[in-house]
Write a protein that binds this ligand. Structure first.
Ligand SMILES: CC(C)(COP(=O)(O)OP(=O)(O)OC[C@H]1O[C@@H](n2cnc3c(N)ncnc32)[C@H](O)[C@@H]1OP(=O)(O)O)[C@@H](O)C(=O)NCCC(=O)NCCS
Length: 399
């Protein structure tokens, strides 16, 4: 008889280690310290059978800022079922259990580092109107003469570590769309050196000894390549701070690692970096490709009324105080449920979104043409300038 889903018990750490080591790789506990620590045990949802843990859905819970609106976010990772126990609905049940636990803890949205049927069947969607940028050494050569980059050589590019946590945190704090990271997240990332799944280096850019920006990059020789023809890549997985400094770092990182390609993800809210890359003299040339992209993984809305209430100041900035105040947001089913639709009302006007998947795409957008809500309504017109809400990027908070 299967037992659970439920929280991992204190005596089951070794069983969980066996499970994730078998399904993924050894050293998962080392690589994901934010997930696998005793303070987070209640968020590790498991199913046990035959006297052992056979299925796991791991979750962290963090506050985040969407352009100044504080929300709560759950991040899902290390989802695994032992081979002999697959196809019996264990992961689906444990995933729903994590959604319910997140809802009970006050979570607004969930980020999932995956996009398979397990998630998309229950309302998770790729969202965000971001960009993926790929740069070659040829493209990088042109960047130096880009607008706004005169004097880029003045920035010193040096490795940064634990001693600079105060400065790294202060730089990240100035980002408008970000996690509100407890100190331990920085410490764990810098100690284990694994960010977004891969061994990473931390680089700082400074002028006169003052750190103005930083970049976290995957070590190119540790990046999994799909084949020998795939160029070695330095992948920037997080950056923050002065954008001219960030751009100035890109050619130098390509040169430092001797790679043929560099990639960086640009959030939809980051118009400054987008302009420096897309608006410069090398825009449109082969050495720099800028493609519309979603944020990483998929997203599920956990508590729609609470999310929108918390984002009301952002709505007020975009559509006016009175319009934002008069809106009401309702869900058919309780927070955390996969069922039911959603209603936005203002007086007699009503906008209906039939399910979680439609809601996620409507709220956070997708690349390409803006998706109109399923049924045209005056409220949709009112809300058009209020959306999409900004999409988060994991960086250090990836699990
Ligand atoms: C992915 C994994 C966790 C699924 O575990 P599981 O306990 O077998 O999951 P479930 O029984 O709930 O569902 C398994 C499959 O049954 C089928 N299934 C389950 N419910 C279904 C439904 N209602 N309708 C149709 N198909 C369904 C699907 O094929 C589903 O897999 P999918 O995600 O590819 O769509 C497991 O296969 C695993 O450990 N894989 C390796 C690690 C991995 O890839 N983890 C996910 C990282 S994002």
């Amino acid at each position: 008889m299967a037992e659970g889903p439920r929280a991992l018990q204190a005596g089951e750490w070794e069983q969980l280690n066996q499970l994730v080591s078998t399904v993924f790789r050894p050293q998962m506990f080392r690589d994901y310290p934010q997930l696998f620590n005793d303070d987070n045990r209640e968020n590790l949802r498991v199913v046990a059978e035959d006297g052992k843990v056979v299925c796991h859905v791991g979750m962290t819970e963090r506050p985040a800022s969407l352009a100044g609106c504080r929300i709560d976010v759950a991040c899902i990772g290390a989802v695994s079922t032992l081979g002999d126990y697959r196809g019996r609905g264990f992961a689906s049940q444990a995933f729903q259990d994590a959604c319910s636990k997140g809802a009970a803890d006050g979570v607004d949205v969930m980020l999932i580092s995956g996009g398979r049927g397990l998630y998309t069947r229950v309302g998770c969607r790729e969202v965000g109107r971001d960009w993926d940028v790929a740069l070659t050494p040829d493209g990088a050569a042109g960047l130096g003469s880009s607008l706004g980059l005169a004097g880029a050589g003045a920035y010193a590019l040096t490795p940064v570590g634990r001693e600079q946590i105060d400065h790294l945190r202060a730089i990240y704090q100035r980002e408008p769309v970000r996690f509100l990271r407890p100190l331990a997240d920085w410490e764990m990332a810098l100690d284990c050196g694994i960010v977004m799944n891969t061994a990473s280096d931390f680089w700082g850019l400074s002028i006169g000894g003052t750190l103005l920006a930083y970049l976290v990059v995957h070590q190119p020789d540790k990046v999994h390549r799909r084949g020998p023809d795939v160029p070695t890549t330095v992948r920037v997985v997080e950056f923050a701070g002065e954008r001219t400094a960030v751009v100035a770092a890109l050619p130098r990182l390509l040169e430092h690692y001797g790679t043929e390609r560099l990639t960086v993800h640009v959030q939809g809210t980051d118009l400054a970096l987008h302009a420096l890359l897309a608006g410069g003299p090398i825009a449109g040339q082969a050495g720099l490709v800028l493609k519309p992209a979603t944020a990483s993984g998929t997203l599920r809305v956990i508590n729609f009324p609470q999310l929108m209430d918390r984002c009301r100041p952002l709505l007020a900035e975009r559509i006016g105080t009175k319009a934002a105040r008069d809106l009401t947001f309702e869900a058919d089913a309780p927070p955390g449920s996969a069922e039911g639709g959603f209603t936005i009302r203002r007086g007699d006007d009503r906008l209906r979104l039939p399910d979680l998947a439609t809601l996620a795409v409507y709220l956070f957008g997708t690349p390409g043409p803006v998706v109109p809500p399923p049924a045209p309504a005056p409220l949709a017109e009112l809300l058009a300038p209020a959306l999409p809400l900004p999409a988060l990027w994991y960086g250090v908070n990836y699990v």
